[in-house]
Design a protein around this ligand. Sequence first.
Ligand code: ADP
Ligand code: MG
Length: 573
Amino acid sequence: MSESVTFSSLELSPAILQAVEKLGYETPSEIQAKCIPYLLAGKDVLGLAQTGTGKTAAFALPLLNNIDVKAKYPQILVLAPTRELAIQVAEAFEQYAKFTHGVKVLPIYGGQSYGIQLKALREGAQVIVGTPGRVMDHLNKGTLKLDRLSAMVLDEADEMLRMGFIDDVETIMAKTPADKQTCLFSATMPKQIQSICSKYLENAEHVSVAARNSTVESVEQVFWMAGHVHKNKAIVRFLQAENYDASIVFVRTRNDTVQLSEYLERAGFSVAPLNGDMNQQARERTIERLKNGMLDIVIATDVAARGLDVPRLDLVINYDIPQDAEAYVHRIGRTGRAGRTGKALLFVKRNERYMLKNIVRGTKSDIAEVQLPSTDIVQQKRLETLASTLTKTAELQDIRFYNELAEKLTAELGLSSDSLAGALLYLAQKQSPIKVEEVPKMPERAPRGDRNDRGRGDRNDRNGRDRNNRNNRGERSESSQDRERKPRERRSKDNGPVDTYRIEIGRDDGVQVKNIVGAIANEADIPSKFIGDIRLHDDHSTVELPQNMPEATLNHFKTVVICQKQMKMSLKK
Ligand code: ADP
Ligand code: MG
């Protein structure tokens, strides 16, 4: 079907066809072949297809084709979940419009100066591509008028909803003409999207491109029930026991990417975080280092890992369970690419069993249970690694000088060569000890008085810095993790960089996340969507707020009272 469709059979303008040819696109992808005719005809479209299937051109080409180039006002609005994606889509529009004269494309996103954006708006940009947050800002300021919009696209809709943009999206939609063309593109179809569709895309044409299951089939899938062992301890074990070239570990929040990465780094792994707080350049550098082997592990959020294509990735670890089967497929699709095989490991906590069931049902795949690798296996594995390093060194390096030195030392120190070898081996393995200690188990429910000692039992921490406060942050007990992670934490995503503040009120004072949100929102007039990740600890809490809070505001927050205690807010670190 799509094989027989050519771009020139799609009734696109010669200028657009020329641009497509210049880009080297030979034939339309399946989603393009199916969507373009509907979009050209002005119909609403709901497009469902995996990442990398060419969804951008599927809507950009026909919508560009239908633009009135003489009219100098916004005609097309594309909403995208992140800065990077907005820029990417805007660039694609620009490329496709290269030979169509009179089209102006404007990306609007946080972090870019308003001046540039206002100028382009005045000059009559017809295509606006933006993140919901910044588009809202312009609407509120009256600098962006959408009343003559002819088409609106929600790109990567699943991600946009997951990031908590639903309200913004609906507010924006309400300010657009009712008779405009509406399109929604998404890689997955969670329930929320279905309800958006039934509300705004009632008569839309549904186009879905079957997911290629081949990736899933080439990936061996297993899960581990996280009972009374810290996931941090467990992941170290698994990483030591698995044979892998490179691994991607998925966690829920941006904070977690940093914390787990620091934790694993201390355990001797070559690891880095990959999250939406990093700018495009920093992310690209991390991915490049992973590709060329300078890094072996990245700790990522779903958003940051979108579309990631690193052939040497052969182990996916779902440290935090994904939201649904679709997200799971997405994650494990980072491995087993291009005919290779891969392995996917899923950590499941006791209260997440139903999510595991959903995933198994949704993917129709077998996910076998595995046990935490035993100390024997890990020890065996470390011995193998050491043995292979020693063999390689003896074979490949010129060690004659050292051989002579060894002879000299045995003679001078009066040691047997066994004792010398033993002493050297001891030193060599110190960084990553061969002897594996049992992983300490967590009590099912820590007695209250014990809670403050949480995480002190980290005897596997090779640098012995475990008493350092920062080291324990990744060490929250599983049960408290649940209470600390609130869905709201993704919200601040598009609201620019954040700082973490500490307040001296914690769980022991009976505080709840909503009390903190309420106090901050009311006392400083900070809209709740700018309030990021909130974590409750026993005697204090932390909250992410937009960077560079004025001193006066911070001083005010020192005195604001919640649960009959002053917040005493201070900047963390
Ligand atoms: P998606 O939004 O589905 O993840 P994109 O629109 O970002 O995918 O496209 C992925 C890549 O495929 C881009 O680099 C794009 O230039 C390229 N591409 C899109 N359509 C075609 C095509 N018909 N032929 C060749 N390459 C294409
Ligand atoms: Mg896309």
